[in-house]
Every structure is written in structure tokens, then in C-alpha cells.
Write a protein that binds this ligand. Sequence first.
Ligand SMILES: Nc1ncnc2c1ncn2[C@@H]1O[C@H](COP(=O)(O)OP(=O)(O)O)[C@@H](O)[C@H]1O
Ligand SMILES: [Mg+2]
Length: 573
Amino acid sequence: MKALLKRKFSLTDSGVEAVRRAALISFLVNVGYMALMLIAMHYGDNVLQGVMKPAWYYLGIIAVTLVVLYVIIDREYVLTFNATYKEATALRLEIADRLRELPLSYFSRHDLSDLAQTIMQDVTDIEHAMSHSIPRCIAYVFFLIVMAILLLVSNPVLGLAALIPLAVGLMLMFLSQKAQKRWTEKYFWKTRETTEAFQEAIELQREIKSCGFEEENYKAVAASLDNAERLRLRAEFTQAMPILLSTAVMKLSIGIIAVVSAALLRASAVQLIYVIGFLLASMRLVDAMGAMEDYFAEFFYLDARVKRINELRSTPTQTGMEIDLKHFDVELRDVHFAYNEETQVVNGASFVAKQNQVTAIVGPSGCGKSTILRLISRLYDYDSGSIIIDGRDIRKVSTDALFDKVSFVFQDVILFNASVLDNIRMGRPDATDEEVRQAARLANCEDFVLKLPEGYDTPIGENGSKLSGGERQRISIARALLKNAPILLLDEISASLDVENERKIQEALNRLIAGKTVIIVSHRLKSIEKANQIVVMDSGSVDAVGTHDELLKTSALYRRLIEKSRLTEQFVY
Ligand SMILES: Nc1ncnc2c1ncn2[C@@H]1O[C@H](COP(=O)(O)OP(=O)(O)O)[C@@H](O)[C@H]1O
Ligand SMILES: [Mg+2]
């Protein structure tokens, strides 16, 4: 039972405990209601027999029963709900923690809207089931069993009359279970798809508008919605039909009891009070069954959500030892990597980037340069071969220990909607304000920062939307300067900048790279001519390694790249 609950609803031990408690209480509540009914019957019996007791006797029993019920419900519900909320919080934190440990590759394979939905909505749904449906459903099952035994023992004929329709209804429900499950699941995935379509449409507003795709995009989203609607109808239909049918069959039990008991009464084989009792009990049972059907529908609906959470749980995380790396030559040995099964992106790359040297990676667009940098920083883990730093395979070094030694300046700088100061401080969270300003000065940020309305305290808008590309770039260089990590990875950072910006960034960079292992990806070949070593890549593998002068002699690809780059540099509007 416990294992089933844990698996079916992704609950923890304490969650199962809370459910058990809630189920017990729910059962007692059912018994309480039945007790009230029995009191009513007792009263009716007394009236029929003409042996009335004083009014306070009946009122007293009712009052005591109600007080007992109230106390139980109140105490246990508080406990249950507290436990449920704790469970939901714990589950959300667990998922968030999990997300933190997952390699970036997980995120490139999953949609962000999807993950957000898993954390918020799916957990809310599970929480609801945990505090309401699961315990009540379990309680009803036990209640039904107890009632069935009581009914059968007290009058086998009437008992069967009450129970057979219920059993048939229940069977109908289970028979339709599979179909229900399939359609609900389909609907669930379709909704996810629609959400994604919407999110994409919103995120890409600018591109969609500027390319005149509005019409098509609208049609695509509308079609997706339409489709979801149809699936929903289908799912509702497959769910509603069997439920209606089985409810109808179950409701028959009341009629059947009436007919059977009429015959029994005529034959004086039963007392009227029993008949009333059976009618009341079977009404209660039909209600309980109706509620159970709703709960089952909810469980089907939850199934896909729980699967999703379990999938997240079973994805392997990045592990590794906390090692204080001391030497920073970076060596790639026959590294292979693919983002997805279809296409091999890095295909046996080998080279060494030495400490205190600048290593440049060049090659046609899409040949895997950025990917190599991502592999070196363990944003992704390579599939085979090895990347060695300080004699260790980086897959055996924890990401924290590695990130500590690596600064990464990307082409696309990610900035947070916080002050300039805080954005730079991300490089080293414990840096003082003065250290942050110092880094900003070295990165040539000061001239534009001081022009902002509140200087360093100016919030810079979501993803730095208030700054130009070059300014954002300089902020990210300031971050890297502040962090001062011994390995520095630079990815196309001078792409699409104006001359003034580029000169300033160049100055800042020269300060940054002193004494480090620098690996720089650039398609501006002029800027890397002086690099200690240039790695020429071609579709995932290394074509040649050498200095500029050597490569001019040995690599045809390099000569071609130089020629191309010269053409673009000569390009005038
Ligand atoms: N996150 C990703 N998921 C799947 N494929 C990717 C991803 N990033 C890049 N790729 C693909 O991998 C190849 C190499 O990309 P990249 O390393 O960015 O090339 P480069 O930096 O040399 O231009 C490209 O074909 C690109 O489409
Ligand atoms: Mg790139």
C-alpha cells in the first residue's frame, strides 16, 4: 500500500503518513454520519414500538456524536493539511534542487514552460489529491467493505439487493478505465504543446512581427488550440459516458431495495425499520460511489503528471569530487559529443590549451566551436574521450569546483533585472562594492555606467534591455575580471560591435587574459593572429593546430577562412 502510494503519487514517507492519517479521519467521519443515521433509526424504531424515551435522551446522543466528530475532524484536518503543504513544498524544493544539479543538456531537450509547469501546477494538483481525494478514496473503500459486511449480515436478501447494482456499476467503471486513461493522457500532452506554442508566440513577438509571420503564427496557435479542444471533448466523452452509465446502474440499487422490501414486507419477513435503514444506507453508498468515480477521474488526470516528475527524478545528475584544481592546462583527447542521437557535433577533437597562453579556435560557422567551450566548462558532459585539467578528467570534478576555476564570456550576455553593481558582483558574490567598481573600471564600464540615472545602482531592465550590446559585453567582462578565474573562455565576444566599443573591449580583454589559460573563439581572424596557438576546426574535428604563420603554410582551410574574413572586413555599405 505504502509503496503503491509512493509510486503512484510520488509521495515521500511523511506524505504517505499524512495520507494514512487523513484516510483514517475520513473513515471516522463516514462512520460518524452513519452513527447519526443509526440514531435516527433508533428513534424511528422507538416511535413505531411506542416506547419513547424523553427528548433529551435523543438530543444528548446526537450532541455527543457531533462533538466527538467535530473534535476529530478539526484536529486531524489541521495536521493533515499542514503535512500536505509541507509535502508540496518539499516536492517543489526537491524538483528545484534536482534542476540545479541536472546538466544543461537536460534543458536543451526540455521546454522551460514545461518545467515551470511541472514545478508549480503539477505539484499543486498532487497536493490537492493528497489532501482531498486520496485519503477520502481510501476511506470510502474501507467504509464500503464494512458497510457491505454489515448489510449482508443483517439481512442477506436486502444486502444483495443493495450491493449487486453497486458491484456492476463498479465493474463498468473499471472496464472503461483504460480508454479513459489514454484520452486523458493525450489531452494532457496536447495542452502542454499548446502552452508551448503560446509561449513561443509571445517570446518571438518581435521576430514574428518583423518577418510578417503574424498571420501564419496566429493560424498555427489557433489550430493547436482547436486540436486541444477536440481532444478535450473526446477525453470528456470517454470519461463521461461510462461514469453516467455506472452511476445510473448504481442508483438502481435504491429502486431494487424498494421492490424487494415491498415483497418481504408483504410476507412479514422484515421489519419496516430495517427497510428504512437499508434505503438510507444504500443512498449513502451510492453517494460514496459517485464520489469515488470523481476521485478516480482525478487520479487518471494525475497519472501523466506524476510520470513527468518521476522522469525528472530518474534523470542522472552531474556528479564529481570537490577538488581544488591547481594547474590549468586544458587538454582534449579524442572528445566526442552529440546534443541528440542524430547528429555528432564534436567528432574526435584533440588539442592542448596551455596555461599563460592564448589558444584560439576558428572554423566555419556550426563546426562546434561554442560546443567545445561548453564541454570544457561542463555545461554539457562529453560522450567519450576525455578533457583533462590538472591531470583529472573533468567529469570526475564537481561542477562547483570546476566553475570556481572557469570564467565564461559569451556572445549573448545574460543580465539580470538588478542594479549594475549586483550584475557585476555575480562574478564573485562576496566582493565589496569597491572591488566591483574596480572591476567595472578595468572593463571600461565606468564611462557609460556613470551616465546612467542612478550610476551603479541603476536597474538595467530585464536581460539588460536598457544597455547596448557592447555595454552588456563589458559588464560581462567586468564580471569575469572580478571572478579572476584561471581559465577563461571567450566566445565570439567581439561579434557585431562598433569600432569604438571594440577598442574598449580589447583593452579590457588584454587586462583580463594576463596569466590565464585563455581559449577564445572568434571569426574575426585578424584579432587572433597573435594567439600563441590557433586550432582550426572543421565539422567537429581538428583540422590543424599551429601559429598563424604555420597555418598559412599547412592548412588550406585556414587560408580559406582568412580569405573570407578579409572579404567581410573590406565590405563597405
Ligand atoms: N543546444 C543545442 N542543441 C542541439 N544542437 C545544437 C545546440 N547547440 C548547437 N547545436 C548544433 O551543434 C552544431 C555546432 O554548434 P556550435 O558549437 O554552436 O557551432 P559554432 O560555435 O562553431 O558556430 C550546430 O550544428 C548547431 O546547430
Ligand atoms: Mg558559436
